[in-house]
Design a protein around this ligand. Structure first.
Ligand SMILES: Cc1cc2nc3c(=O)[nH]c(=O)nc-3n(C[C@H](O)[C@H](O)[C@H](O)COP(=O)(O)OP(=O)(O)OC[C@H]3O[C@@H](n4cnc5c(N)ncnc54)[C@H](O)[C@@H]3O)c2cc1C
Length: 376
């Protein structure tokens, strides 16, 4: 009986455990460890932030993740020994034959002086919830949405934030008293898809949203309400909405298998340099954007490798880095971009303009995963 240990029950860990349960049943020991008690879709943070949903409405408790052959433990991982495949958690030690690190990306506010003091990021559940109380009080002045470093999760999310803020200010009849500016380190809102970027730029122009590309927030001076960009220029703000610099969680960095803050993996297999140890999702560098849809695609490939190893499954497929990211265009409109990063010589991103069909597909994306993972 093989012991498979999955660290993290996010997009990657949930999909991997589901695949293994479906294919292996209870013939092997699959353990998932997560410090939290519930999963929240990344995009639900925008719903929380703009008061469209409550935390209770978007939480999916792990108690509902019930799969044959899979144990879910609520523990915090405090040390990982990849070579020994031994993991220390606050409730004890775990040993495995195969180890999959799916601990996501953490935020590094200390990398941006002043950010912790301003304390207004929208990339965590707590941050989005806090901002849901701040945004309704913002009725005049300059809102600055700022990304503090790349890579960052879900590259379209800051654009979505700008458009949803514009909606919110118009709804309250205060848009004329407000400015919205938006700083991203990329040269375009969605670099692999010129069409998607053009559609977003067009939307920003029509709504009077100022877009500053190719720059990141280097520091904040809360005393003067000014953000300093990486070229030394300054952007004033009355409301700052930030995306902190990302990196793998400390426990992953301390395990010694990261480079530049993330775990390098073979993009085709998601294998790390340590035999029997894989990394999927936001904690890994697999040559794909950091988004749930890529984490779960990677998890399906790792499942094939594990099945081949423990149950003699067929040849595992190569990871192709494909996925669809849905994009809120505001006013209830949803479009998407079909990304393909690894199957051909060029990265591609095909734009699907906002439509009722795209809205239904995004709804289905959430509903399918709620049903598959949580039986809802
Ligand atoms: C505003 C916003 C909008 C987004 N929109 C989309 C979207 O529309 N589509 C999309 O595909 N993606 C979207 N994303 C990105 C998506 O949420 C992430 O890319 C995805 O969750 C990554 O999956 P993962 O499995 O790598 O990590 P995660 O889902 O982050 O899971 C990691 C898990 O590890 C656990 N963990 C971490 N450290 C420890 C520890 N020490 N001990 C135990 N457990 C630990 C965490 O509790 C967590 O449950 C969005 C993100 C944001 C912030």
């Amino acid at each position: 009986m093989a012991r498979i240990l999955i660290l993290g029950a996010g997009f990657g860990g949930l999909e991997l455990a589901t695949e293994l349960s479906e294919k292996l049943g209870d013939g092997h020991e699959v353990t998932v460890i997560d410090k939290g008690d519930a999963f929240v879709f990344g995009y639900s943070k925008l719903d929380l932030m703009f008061g469209k949903r409550t935390l209770e409405q978007v939480r999916l408790p792990y108690a509902d993740f019930v799969k044959p052959g899979v144990r879910v433990l609520r523990e915090t991982v405090t040390a990982i020994d990849p070579e020994a495949k031994r993991v220390t958690a606050d409730a004890g030690e775990h040993e495995a034959d195969y180890l999959v690190i799916a601990l996501g990306a953490d935020y590094d506010p200390a990398a941006t002086p002043g950010l912790a003091e301003v304390d207004s990021e929208f990339y965590s559940v707590a941050g989005a919830q806090k901002l849901s109380e701040v945004i309704p009080t913002f009725s005049a002045g300059r809102a600055l949405i700022g990304v503090c470093g790349a890579p960052f999760k879900c590259p379209p999310a800051p654009s979505e934030c700008a458009l949803l803020l514009d909606d919110e200010l118009r709804r309250r009849g205060v848009r004329d008293a407000c400015e919205i500016a938006f700083v991203i380190p990329f040269g375009a809102p969605v670099p692999p898809s010129p069409e998607t970027s053009a559609a977003l730029r067009n939307e920003f122009e029509q709504r009077g949203i100022e877009l500053i590309t190719g720059r990141r927030i280097a520091s904040l001076d809360p005393g003067r309400n000014v953000a300093v960009l990486d070229d030394g220029s300054e952007q004033p703000y009355d409301l700052f909405l930030g995306v902190p610099k990302h990196r793998a969680p400390d426990v992953v960095i301390e395990s010694g298998i990261t480079e530049d803050g993330f775990v390098p993996v073979d993009p085709s297999t998601l294998a790390t340099e340590v035999p029997g140890v894989y990394a999927v999702g936001d904690c890994a560098t697999a040559g794909v954007p950091k988004a749930g849809v890529f984490a779960e695609g990677a998890a399906r490939i790792v499942a094939q490798h594990l099945l081949a190893a423990v149950a003699g499954g067929g040849d595992p497929a190569r990871y192709l880095g494909q996925g669809t990211c849905y994009i809120e265009f505001g006013e209830g409109r949803i479009g998407s971009v079909d990304i393909d990063f690894l199957s051909g010589p060029e990265r591609t991103g095909i734009f699907n303009p906002p439509s009722a069909e795209q809205m239904a597909l995004k709804e289905k994306f959430g509903a399918d995963r709620r049903a598959r993972w949580f039986g809802r």
